[in-house]
Design a protein around this ligand. Structure first.
Ligand SMILES: Nc1ncnc2c1ncn2[C@@H]1O[C@H](COP(=O)(O)OP(=O)(O)OP(=O)(O)O)[C@@H](O)[C@H]1O
Length: 254
């Protein structure tokens, strides 16, 4: 479904050149919920934003559903992006539009008829459990509800892939859990491939089928949840697991 080969990305700043991604190779199967975890500054956002070319890699290739994303010219990329939904940490909703208007937005850009848009918006708001908020504005919603709108908007155009850029980082644990449940439900119902980045082990634990660990721009470990949890090989994953066990112990009053 998604194959990343030899991906490199550097940032050039007045203070010098910084390597954000170094020879990243990954394969993500159709229907996976694939988590990429790493500490702050590891390159997670850079990597996920390269998948739809919100960030331009310097070299390497990305193939999604048989299409080499890294070779597409502007109008081809615009078409390809319709099949790649994305959700963000701070939701990125249009404040001047209602929930309905936000979800309709990508469909309007794609040139659907009024009738088709109304029908799809109704269907998708039902899927994310927000039918009763269709006429509300973002400012009238909770963080969890805002992210549901973000998810609905990302799904409106029937994407093959959903990219989640720290989509639950601004939410409390209970809301995080309900948003992750929704993503898992969508993955089951629609067979959608989900790629998510996070710095929280609990997110990976709750919904991912596979995980890759990014450390200073390099993939240092990758495998099924079972493999990585039972026999972590990288120092970073061991650190994440120890921290997560500590938190659980603390929660249990140990
Ligand atoms: N536009 C940019 N110009 C210069 N450096 C950048 C730019 N964007 C990111 N970086 C640097 O690249 C590195 C990776 O950043 P990135 O945002 O991908 O990491 P991250 O793992 O998502 O971090 P966080 O979890 O803190 O968001 C960081 O050191 C960051 O400072």
């Amino acid at each position: 479904m998604i194959t990343i080969n030899g991906l490199n990305k550097q940032y050039h700043t007045p203070r010098g050149t910084f390597t954000a991604l170094r020879d990243v190779n990954l394969h993500i199967e159709k229907g996976d919920i694939f988590g990429i975890i790493g500490l702050s500054g590891a390159g997670k956002s850079t990597l996920i934003r390269c998948l739809n070319r919100l960030e331009e890699p310097d070299s390497g290739s990305i193939v999604i559903d048989g299409r080499e994303i890294t070779r597409l010219v502007t109008h081809e990329l615009r078409e390809a992006r319709k099949k790649i939904g994305m959700i963000f940490q701070h939701f990125n909703l249009l404040d001047s539009r209602t929930v309905q208007g936000n979800v309709a937005f990508p469909l309007e850009l794609a040139g659907y008829s009024h009738k088709a848009i109304a029908q799809r918006v109704e269907e998708i708001l039902d899927l994310v459990g927000l039918s009763d908020k269709a006429g509300s504005y973002p400012a009238q919603l909770s963080g969890g509800q805002k992210q549901r709108v973000g998810i609905a908007r990302a799904l409106a155009n029937h994407p093959e892939v959903l990219l989640s850029d720290e989509a639950t980082s601004a939410l409390d644990p209970q809301t995080t859990s309900s948003i992750l449940e929704l993503l898992a439900d969508i993955n089951r119902k629609l067979g959608l491939t989900i790629v998510l980045i996070t710095h929280e082990m609990s997110v990976i634990k709750q919904i991912c089928s596979k995980v890759a660990v990014l450390d200073r721009g390099e993939i240092v470990e990758c495998g099924s949840m079972q493999q990585v949890f039972s026999a972590p090989s990288s120092a970073t994953m061991k650190l994440f697991l120890e921290h997560s066990a500590l938190l659980q112990g603390y929660g249990a009053g140990i």
